[in-house]
Design a protein around this ligand. Sequence first.
Ligand code: NA7
Length: 583
Amino acid sequence: MAKNTHRAGDSCQAVSVTNLHRTFKLLFQHRADDSRVGLENKKSESEKPESQVDVFIVGAGFGGIGQAYALRNLGLSIKIIDSLPDLGGTWLTNTYPGALSDTESFVYRFSWDKEDLQTYPWNRRYLRQPEILAYLRHFAEKHDLRKNMEFNTEMQSAIWDEESHVWEIKISTGQTFRARYFITAMGILSKANLPSIPGISTFEGIVAHTSHWPNNLDVTNKRVGVVGCGASGVQVITKIAPSVASLTAFIRHPQYTLPSNDRLITPDYRTWANENYDRIWEQLKNSLIGFGYVESNRPFFSVDPSRRQQLLEDLWNNGNGMRFMVEHYCDITTNEKANEVVCDFLRNKIYQIVKDPEKARKLVPTELFARRPISNDGYYETYNRENVSIVDLKEAPIAEITSNGLRTEDGTVHELDVLVLATGFDAVEGNLVRVNIVGRGGKNLKDAWVNGPKSYLGSFVAGFPNMFMVNGPKGAFGNVVPAVEASVEFITHAIERAEAVREKNGSQGIVEATQEAEDEWGLVCENAAKENLFNKLKNSWFTGGNIPGKALGVRAYFGGLGSYRAIGISATKDTWNGFRPFS
Ligand code: NA7
């Protein structure tokens, strides 16, 4: 045992190098050559004939499925690829124990198929990962979308052919597709953030990233370390703590997290949702964040202090992280003084719940309540367990991974069998700049975005004709499903328009945002975010600051889902403002 070694919990045999470990090594290896994590590319076969397709979609999660659904009756040929072994995207791979959505179940689904909305089963207020994945599979199968999909297949490059006005897309099977429309649906939380920790490949236990959780990983009676305490870390810690031998949470910046208050729904609740879907979607599509409830327009300091406290208590007992932020007050994320009062409320909750004052101290955030809020099923209570400990990485940063654990700079080796990286994502544009996408004049998307990603309406990029992004950078902040739907609507309008031009002129219609429109949309996003405290926290995935070297900046439109839809639908259906003239 190394000097100062801290043996976390009861002894248990260290697992040997397993397939999982090898998978994870592969994952790191892939990172080095900048490929999608966790998957072995199919071998390129030499020279295969080119294939023609009307629409080529990359990604088979909510975005790709939604886009394919919207295009299914237009008479276009569609090809969808995904580097993963099945559809589902984020919800296929984030299978870590405890993975939970915090959007009301009745609106964490597509709005388009009313019969399906009213009949598809769900029985809890919030959906767990397996239920979301099952829903996506069901939706794709019901609408016969699988027939267009090919899995374990990665896009390697997409290059705009200026002469013939098609995209030439090379994929990992060795095939080349020529497509009239190229659509990215690669997800905003899909490229794992794998921190560079010295020695990680020497670890003889198992390393798992929450976003690519190995199917057969059993942590029962293991000594587990978890690095990171965002939504993924909080959920996995809470879920596995009772069954592991020991759990060590390595925390750099603790975040605020609230009870999810998840519960079984009653038959009446389901009946209410079924009977009110029209009104529900109408409200949601015109709301700020589209989570399935009415957001407040009450300023925090308009309420007297005792009532204020009562409302916060009510939110703690009945809401969840997101509800807490927006349901009773409209300015928690814009009024710093209000935010501070809320922070004090939440800090007091931690001190009340966590019995060990030292653990409580390490769990109390010092920053504003201005990250994507987290919901949990008893996170703070988990720290009252004897087998759960905390290492404050600000006091003792990670020095290296050793063969048997994690050594912090104070010299302690925390012995582990399993190291869980809950370290989040190279979010938003991470996957888009990983691959070679080349538009007009040989302009590479990665170069175009060297100072941060840009778009018009989160879906169009100047210089990249007939390339469309489902929920790309500077798309709407909020419930991802209606944000995806809005983007899908804009893209579908664009394709319909290009097809109409093609029919009329006999030559390919081109939809392309102007540089001015893209610049202006960038300013609109800046202005909408100006007051928002989310953008003050420079180390979160919202600003890009969680990834060393990534350009900092606003990556979403914070002006509200309602106005996002209104602006985008008007631009892509009526005015065509912001697009180059159609020939
Ligand atoms: P997050 O929210 O980005 O959290 C990642 C966590 O990992 C966070 O606590 C980070 O600490 C920590 N982290 C990242 N790199 C390191 C290193 N090198 N050392 C120590 N700690 C590290 O990702 P999640 O997956 O939890 O959630 C993402 C979204 O998914 C969430 O917002 C929901 O919308 C769903 P830091 O704060 O940087 O100190």
